[in-house]
Design a protein around this ligand. Structure first.
Ligand SMILES: Cc1cc2nc3c(=O)[nH]c(=O)nc-3n(C[C@H](O)[C@H](O)[C@H](O)COP(=O)(O)OP(=O)(O)OC[C@H]3O[C@@H](n4cnc5c(N)ncnc54)[C@H](O)[C@@H]3O)c2cc1C
Length: 506
């Protein structure tokens, strides 16, 4: 049976105000809708009943104890820009915990770590480093809006500006401070020891931090995070090479990225796409959709960008020479033509700008857009993109595709961007069908979805990973016996989201 929750009553609102102060609690309908508007990609989102803005971990803990007492679901959110994943997906919407008042940032350049609270925005972190610590860079998401937070991205195990070398954002974490759904607070890693620095992630025993990363806020609320910072050398540029097929961009990128301890270390970002990616950044009526137009302005059908950071001009030149040589050798060996694109200085500058804002305009094409993301072994990403693009065209979506390397092309993050008209009748059913068809095919090939949708990716994946799912449900019930934290889109446990048949029983 579906998990039952109570609604937020006036009595609960008064108690929340007693914890945080009147001005930090609201049930205002326009304000609640404004939080929904940020999560534009939350296709199954529900309006929260009340917004609360705690100032510290003690207040977070008291709110959770209250929610347990009254059996009310709580959804934590930082920037709320992870695509609707920070919105409640269940009825009633309950308490939305906006963490943005907690926005302290401290930097320790000696131990190369910074401590962020949940409200530290990527744009602010970048600005502070640029002015105060120009020799260091905070690992912020490369293309997310500046209001997305460092912690939100780390919780999501996102794609940062140095992910090509350092791995997903969660790999940068050195310690967490967590408030459990029952109200207890603890720290992970060496941080668990009073007064110790967050210098050793594996700290004082088995480290449970993986339970909270990727949990979409369903296992506990993180109130502080220690995260690595990286050196920030200032000889930088971006080079790009084109091609006709996905293999044309994926294979040479693999050869460059696996050149570890060599040119790959200075190639912090390897990411590419197809010409439809350019086309869908404008309103549909305003741009031609025929490739000939893009060809004339020098855009290849597919391309890969390489962003390089080096300590000197010589180092940068050597890196670019190394990349070019790999391309030239590849062209001869494979009998392909893979031209280097001539980038306008403005194109290079806009890529190097952080956060770069390049990914923001997709809603212009037809008003609706949805990022769907998967991980594959790097070399298998070509096959996935081929199949994805064909399916997108089949369903009437432009085949807009983005791909990037994670950790020296050990994995690919593959992201189709569905641009659609949200007023078209039946469009959400069409998206679900598209998702279902591609998900079933991809899971059979061993590819893994990132940020699952609760009614497609989660049940499809968990019905094939039953023992793992059972383990997650077990942990969740230990940490959160009353299932107060909203179940995220992972649907852990299934009955907390829906009374549709449980995928584990199929
Ligand atoms: C146009 C656009 C471009 C993007 N580009 C990128 C990109 O280049 N790289 C990338 O990685 N991502 C990208 N994203 C995705 C997204 O912006 C990032 O994942 C982002 O950093 C999320 O941060 P946030 O503060 O918005 O998190 P939120 O959406 O607020 O939260 C993320 C998740 O964590 C949970 N949560 C929030 N705070 C807490 C907490 N304190 N404790 C426990 N759980 C919590 C939420 O419930 C939610 O499930 C992009 C998004 C958009 C809209």
């Amino acid at each position: 049976m579906t998990q039952m929750y109570n609604k937020v009553t006036d009595e609960v609102v008064a108690k929340l105000a007693a914890i945080c102060g009147d001005q930090y609690v609201t049930t205002s309908e326009p304000l609640r809708h404004s939080y929904m508007a940020k999560g534009i990609m939350g296709l199954e989102a529900v309006l929260p009943e009340c917004i609360v803005r705690p100032a510290n971990a003690e207040e977070v803990s008291k709110i959770l104890v209250l929610a347990n007492e009254y059996l009310i679901p709580v959804t934590p959110a930082a920037g709320g820009l992870s695509g609707g994943f920070a919105l409640p997906a269940i009825e009633p919407g309950g308490i939305y915990m906006d963490m943005t008042r907690m926005n302290k940032l401290t930097v320790d350049t000696e131990n190369r770590v910074m401590v962020v609270e949940p409200g530290v925005k990527s744009g602010d972190a970048w600005r502070i480093f640029k002015t105060k610590y120009p020799e260091w860079a905070p690992p912020i998401p490369d293309g997310a809006p500046p209001a997305a937070t460092v912690l939100g991205d780390a919780i999501e195990r996102g794609f940062s500006l140095v992910t090509g070398v350092y791995g997903p954002q969660a790999d940068m974490i050195m310690g967490l401070e967590v408030v459990l759904p029952t109200g207890e607070t603890f720290r992970t890693g060496s941080w668990a020891l009073d007064d110790a620095k967050a210098f050793y992630r594996w700290g004082v025993g088995p480290n449970p931090d993986g339970l909270f990363l990727g949990s979409q806020g369903s296992m506990g609320i993180i109130t502080k995070c220690a995260i690595k910072i990286v050196p920030h050398p200032h000889y930088k540029t971006v080079v790009a090479y084109g091609g006709e097929t996905w293999d044309d961009i994926v294979r040479p990128a693999w050869e460059i990225s696996k050149h570890e301890l060599g040119i790959a270390e200075r190639t912090v970002m390897v990411q590419g796409g197809n010409y439809e990616l350019v086309m869908t950044r404008w309103p549909k009526e305003n741009v031609p959709i025929d490739y000939e137009f893009y060809k004339k302005i020098g855009i290849d059908k597919k391309w890969m960008n390489y962003e390089c950071w080096a300590w000197s001009k010589e180092e940068l030149d050597e890196t670019l020479k190394g990349i070019d040589k790999i391309y030239k050798d590849y062209e001869v060996r494979e009998k392909r033509t893979l031209p280097q694109q001539s980038l306008h200085p403005k194109q290079i500058a806009s890529r190097l700008k952080k956060p770069n804002k390049i990914a923001i305009p997709y809603s212009l094409w037809q008003a609706g857009f949805l990022f769907i993301t998967w991980y594959t072994p790097w070399l298998e990403s070509s096959a996935m993109m081929e199949e994805y693009c064909a399916a997108m065209e089949n369903y009437g979506f432009p085949p807009t595709m983005w791909v990037a390397s994670i950790d020296h092309a050990r994995q690919a993050i593959v992201m189709p961007i569905l641009c659609f008209d949200s007023t078209e009748p039946g469009i959400f059913d069409k998206i679900r069908e598209f998702n279902l068809e591609t998900t079933r095919s991809f899971l059979k090939k061993g590819w893994v979805n990132y940020r699952p949708d609760p009614f497609v990716h989660a049940p499809e994946t968990f019905s094939k990973t039953k023992e793992y799912y059972k383990m997650l449900v077990k942990f969740r019930k230990v940490l959160d016996p009353n299932l107060i934290l909203h179940p995220g889109r992972l649907a852990i446990p299934w009955e907390s989201v829906t009374d549709l048949p449980n995928p584990l029983n199929e």
